[in-house]
Design a protein around this ligand. Structure first.
Ligand code: GDP
Ligand code: IMO
Ligand code: MG
Length: 426
């Protein structure tokens, strides 16, 4: 039995979907362990091009079962849309499972997300998928679990009580339009019925898989810099994308997760608000966005782009204990004469104190200046390279420096969005 977590090491969109799709060909089960349909995991393979929001990126491998784990918040409408689009592309869904203890994202969570975001003076720039409000209900013990939808009357009663409460918040606090419980039920019930055949007991399924000695992948959403506890709060999501979150969300004892792969983009991107020390608001930032196709897979928003930030990745590695990293989008760096990497931050408000290992507390994170080192670039197109021996020497040197600065060995290198554009670094 081998259990591997695949985690975002930056601000999300590192290429987790692509790496999970690649690793799933050697896995028996993939479990998404946190987040919801705020995720946009792009997979390009022989079935076509997909942006997965809830369904684990292992779904294309016919021998791999895919479990939406207990730690995920599930919007049933969005899940059914995704199931339909996969079925339309002839991707089998009989191996798809949804944890009965996962919480539901309801239309009123989406309405609350919208109202809360417009109320905030300092915006977070959420994906508006109702993720924060759904996790808030879970923590506040108002949430509805997938299991609760198996009995229609009980479910309808829970929805009515919740809508009554949410309506007070929406109308009295935010001056927003109240919702009708009947409308909410009409919207979600057909979707819940379609999801029902996939509902399982997550604990039992995972135990069965472990008993068989299955190879299990734990697929993270977003990245450590947006972790609820360790990111630049409040510019975070409402769950834990780090390795500890994988254990909780999938119901797997921490000591059994023996491999932790950090997915690391060769530069930095971020969608939404909040500090991003290496952001480039210039032609170079524009170039990275254009060549890297950096537009949100869920919202279509242009991603903020910048140089590689070793402080952030070293911190992520410290939080999750990366046993190895997968460096993606190295091809995008081709053709840039001089490449920069941030190795430390100078904290402007603390007499220029230099920080190397730990991003400062969130309130200070917006007041740092990155300290860069420069590297020689390469001009050849590396998207057809399939072995590290064929990489231009400066590209290899760039990878080795990432390895050194982040204190984690590079396992995989990705030089294009397609599954086959991936190779081992050693
Ligand atoms: P995720 O959320 O971490 O799964 O990442 P996204 O799918 O949101 O964003 C990654 C984007 O980069 C997608 O458009 C991928 O198709 C693309 N991608 C992944 N790996 C590579 C790579 O090595 N090179 C290039 N050029 N694109 C890549
Ligand atoms: P994947 O899994 C990039 C960002 C939002 C916002 C913050 C909180 O594809 O990497 P939320 O809707 O979660 O309350 O928004 O987090 N965000 C993402 N950014 N990729 C994602 O997912 C994201 N999911 C949320 O932009 O700043
Ligand atoms: Mg994404």
């Amino acid at each position: 039995m081998a259990i591997t977590a695949v985690l975002g090491a930056q601000w999300g969109d590192e290429g987790k979907g692509k790496i999970v799709d690649y690793l799933a060909t050697d896995s028996d089960m993939v479990i998404r362990f946190q987040g919801g349909d705020n995720a946009g995991h792009t997979v390009i393979n022989e079935y076509g091009e997909f942006r997965l929001h809830l369904i684990p990126s292992g779904i294309f491998n016919p021998d791999t079962s895919c479990l939406i784990g207990t730690g995920v918040v599930v919007n049933p409408i969005s899940l059914v849309n995704e199931m339909n689009s996969l079925a339309g592309a002839h991707v089998g869904l009989d191996r798809l499972m949804v944890a009965d203890r996962a919480h539901l994202v309801m239309p009123y969570h989406v309405a609350l997300d919208r109202a809360e975001e417009s109320f905030r003076k300092s915006k977070i720039g959420t994906t508006m998928r109702g993720i924060g409000p759904a996790y808030a209900d879970k923590v506040g013990r108002f949430g509805i679990q997938v299991f609760d939808s198996l009995d229609q009357d009980y479910f309808a009663e829970r929805v009515r009580v919740n809508v009554e409460r949410v309506n007070l918040i929406l109308s009295e606090l935010y001056g927003a339009e109240a919702l009708s419980a009947d409308d909410v039920l009409d919207q979600v019930w057909p979707a819940l019925k379609a999801v029902r055949p996939h509902v399982v007991d997550c604990y039992a399924e995972v135990r069965k898989a472990m008993g068989r000695g299955d190879r299990i992948l734990l697929e993270g959403q977003l990245g450590a810099m947006r972790d609820l506890d360790w990111g630049a709060y409040p510019y975070v999501t409402s769950s834990n994308p780090i390795a500890g979150g994988a254990s909780v969300g999938a119901g797997i004892p921490p000591a059994l997760i023996t491999r932790v792969v950090g997915v690391v983009k060769a530069y930095s991107t971020c969608v939404g608000e909040g500090p991003m020390p290496t952001e480039l608001n210039d032609e170079m930032g524009e170039r990275l966005r254009r060549v890297g196709g950096e537009y949100g897979a869920t919202t279509g928003r242009p991603r903020r782009c910048g140089w590689f930030d070793a402080v952030a990745v070293r911190y992520s590695s410290g939080l999750s204990g990366f046993t190895d990293i997968a460096v993606t989008k190295l091809d995008v760096m081709g053709g840039i004469e001089r490449l920069k990497m941030a190795t430390a931050y100078r904290v402007n408000t603390r007499d220029g104190e230099v920080i190397r290992d730990t991003p400062p507390p969130p309130a200070l994170m917006g007041h740092v200046t990155p300290i860069y080192e420069e590297h020689e670039g390469w001009c050849s197109d590396i998207s057809n390279v399939r072995s590290s021996a064929d990489l231009p020497a400066p590209a290899m040197a760039y990878l080795r420096r990432i390895e050194e600065l982040c204190g984690a060995r590079i396992g995989l290198v990705s030089v294009g969005p397609r599954r086959e554009q991936t190779f081992s670094a050693h």
